[in-house]
Design a protein around this ligand. Structure first.
Ligand code: NAI
Length: 250
C-alpha cells in the first residue's frame, strides 16, 4: 500500500478521469476527497468508496471559487486531516471557431481550467509546506502540445497549466513538494463522448482511428500515471509532463 495514510483531494472526480483517479488512490490505501460541481455524483462516488472501507468524502466545490475551495479544505481538515496530495483535474472543454469565441467563453475556460490551479493549490500548499512533503499533479491536455483547431481558448488554458506546473515545480523544488502534469490525448470519458464527439464532428470510433493504438485512452490509464507521480518512487520527478496518449504526438 504505497499511499497508505496519504490524504488526497481529486477535483472534478464525480466523472471520467477524476473518478478513476480517486478510485485508484483509494485502492492504494489513501484517504480521498472527491470535489465536483456535481454534488450528487461526488457524494455517490464517495459513498461507494466508503462502502469498501475507505475514508472518503464527496463535496460540491467550484474549483474556480476561493470561498468554495477554502470551505472544502476546512471540511477536509475536520474529516480527514492535512492535505498531502492535490490532483487538479476539473476542467471544461470548448469547441468554437476562433473568431466566434466570445470574451465570456474565453473567461469561463480560463477561470475553470487555469485560475483553479491558483485557487486550489494556494489553499492546500500550507499543509504540504508544514509536512515538508507534498504532491501536486495537474491534468493538462495534448491539445496544448499539438495545437487543436477550434480549441484556441481550451488549448491556451491547458498550455497555461503546463507553464504553471514547470514554474511552481522550480519554486518548490527544495521543499519536498513535487509538481507535475499529465496531458491526456483522447480519453473515453463523458467529456469525449458528449462535447468531444459533437465538437470534432466525428464518432468515438473515428477518434479511436486517430490513435496509433487504435483506441482512445481509458480513464484508468490516466489514473495509473497520476497515482505513480504521487508515490515516493517519483520523488525526483518534478516539473515533468508525463504523456499518456497511446503514442499520438501530432
Ligand atoms: P468529465 O467531463 O468526464 O469530468 C470533468 C468533471 O469536472 C465533471 O464531473 C465536472 O462536473 C467537473 N467540473 C467542471 N467544472 C468544475 C468546477 N468549476 N468545479 C468543480 N468541478 C468541475 O471530463 P474528463 O474527460 O474526465 O476530463 C478531466 C480532465 O481531463 C479535464 O481537465 C479535461 O480538460 C482533461 N482532458 C480530457 C481529455 C479527454 O479526452 N477526455 C483530453 C485532454 C484533457
Amino acid at each position: 500500500m504505497p499511499l497508505a495514510g496519504r490524504n488526497v483531494i481529486v477535483t472534478g472526480a464525480a466523472s471520467g478521469i477524476g473518478l478513476a483517479t480517486a478510485q485508484r488512490f483509494a485502492r492504494e490505501g489513501a484517504n480521498v476527497a472527491i470535489w465536483d460541481l456535481n454534488e450528487e455524483g461526488a457524494q455517490r462516488s464517495a459513498a461507494e468508496l466508503q462502502a469498501s472501507g475507505v475514508k472518503a468524502i464527496g463535496s460540491r466545490v467550484d474549483v474556480s471559487n476561493r470561498k468554495s475551495v477554502d470551505a472544502a479544505v476546512e471540511q477536509f481538515h475536520a474529516k480527514i486531516g492535512q492535505v498531502s496530495v492535490l490532483v487538479n483535474n476539473a476542467g471544461i472543454t470548448l469547441f468554437q471557431p476562433f473568431m466566434e469565441t466570445t470574451e465570456e467563453q474565453w473567461d469561463r475556460v480560463m477561470l475553470i481550467n487555469l485560475k483553479s490551479m491558483l485557487v486550489c493549490t494556494q489553499a492546500v500548499l500550507p499543509d504540504m509546506l508544514a509536512a515538508k512533503w507534498g504532491r501536486i499533479i495537474n491534468v493538462s491536455s495534448s491539445s496544448a502540445q499539438t495545437g487543436s483547431a477550434r480549441m484556441t481558448a481550451y488549448a491556451a488554458s491547458k498550455g497555461g497549466v503546463i507553464g504553471f506546473t514547470k514554474s511552481l515545480a522550480q519554486e518548490l523544488a527544495a521543499t519536498g513538494i513535487t509538481v507535475n502534469n499529465v496531458p491526456p490525448g483522447f480519453v473515453d470519458t463523458p467529456m469525449l463522448r458528449n462535447e468531444g464527439v459533437a465538437g470534432l464532428g466525428v464518432s468515438v470510433d473515428a477518434v479511436a482511428a486517430r490513435s496509433p493504438m487504435g483506441r482512445p485512452g481509458r480513464p484508468e490509464n490516466m489514473a495509473a500515471a497520476i497515482v505513480f507521480l504521487a508515490t515516493d518512487d517519483a520523488d525526483y520527478i518534478t516539473g515533468h509532463t508525463l504523456n499518456v496518449n497511446g503514442g499520438r504526438y501530432s
